[in-house]
Design a protein around this ligand. Structure first.
Ligand SMILES: Cc1cc2nc3c(=O)[nH]c(=O)nc-3n(C[C@H](O)[C@H](O)[C@H](O)COP(=O)(O)OP(=O)(O)OC[C@H]3O[C@@H](n4cnc5c(N)ncnc54)[C@H](O)[C@@H]3O)c2cc1C
Length: 246
């Protein structure tokens, strides 16, 4: 039987630009297994001389989609694996992958508690899998995404999130733009802070389940601030993507 830690050769079915520095890759997997929203795949590259590089990428798609997964990758300047994926991979190419991996940072539509999802940059990827899963499963638990991006153009999945907000009962989306804001911007315009967290978290009540994902500093700052405003640490799950978020 196929194990999630076995490597398999995935085919790149499609590549879709999301922003100037972010692309989504649809991988067709010969030994696909249903994932839980929040899990990731490992990707491994092997050079001709045998040198290997391996990185983790969260699954962006909902578990209901069979046979394939979407990974959404931000190109990190000088990054070994992300620049290869952005600049070299083409539809039809093959790439080694293993997964789905992870059992802690996961959300299932059967979990009925209110949900607070907090993302910085590409940290929105596993949270998007949760939002897509919530929509596909027809869940109606109150859900709020607080998403921090540098500029409006850097927001990943903006149009899809707007559509889901309009069509999915109980889904609220708050953006904060930390560097520049378009004229007439009505969202937040600063880094996530305790006051902002109070505004978005308190309406969700005491049983809220929280998932935070993004650059290490953002994740740690937000988790500490949530504890200070009275959310118990066992209601908070975190996933750290990397050093700074670029
Ligand atoms: C569980 C998990 C899930 C992840 N999911 C995603 C995802 O869905 N999408 C995604 O784009 N990334 C994701 N990441 C980050 C990803 O695994 C890589 O770290 C990232 O793509 C950089 O790899 P690289 O080989 O391009 O850069 P490297 O060659 O590893 O690094 C190049 C330079 O960039 C710095 N750096 C490394 N990682 C980051 C980072 N994340 N942010 C900013 N600077 C960095 C390094 O310190 C170094 O200076 C995830 C990480 C984890 C642990």
């Amino acid at each position: 039987m196929k194990q999630t830690l076995d490597w398999q050769v995935a085919s790149i079915k499609d590549i879709k630009p999301e922003t100037a520095t972010v692309k989504s890759f649809t991988l067709t997997l010969p030994a696909w297994m249903r994932h839980r929203a929040g899990q990731h795949y490992d990707i491994r590259l092997t050079a001709e001389d045998g040198y290997q590089a391996q990185r983790s990428y969260s699954i962006a798609s909902e578990p209901e989609r069979e046979g394939e997964v979407d990974l959404t990758v931000e190109r990190i300047n000088d990054g070994e694996v992300s620049t290869y994926m952005h600049e070299v991979l083409l539809p039809g190419d093959r790439i080694e992958a293993r997964g789905p991996i992870g059992g802690y940072f996961v959300w299932e539509a059967a979990m009925a508690e209110p949900l607070l999802l907090i993302a910085g940059g590409s940290g929105v990827v596993p949270l998007m899998s949760m939002i897509r899963h919530r929509a596909a499963a027809g869940a109606r638990n109150p859900t709020c995404l607080l998403y921090s991006s540098r500029n409006f153009e850097d927001i990943i999945y903006y149009n899809e999130l707007e559509k889901l907000r309009a069509t999915n009962g109980g889904l609220q989306i708050f953006h904060t733009l930390t560097r520049s804001q378009p004229s007439g911007w009505k969202g937040y315009a600063r880094r996530i802070d305790p006051e902002m967290l109070k505004e978005v978290a308190q309406p969700l009540g005491k049983s809220v389940q929280v998932f935070i994902c993004g650059p290490t500093l953002l994740v740690e700052g937000v988790a500490n601030a949530l504890v200070k405003i009275g959310i118990k640490s066992d209601q908070i799950r975190t996933e750290r993507f990397g050093p700074t978020g670029g």
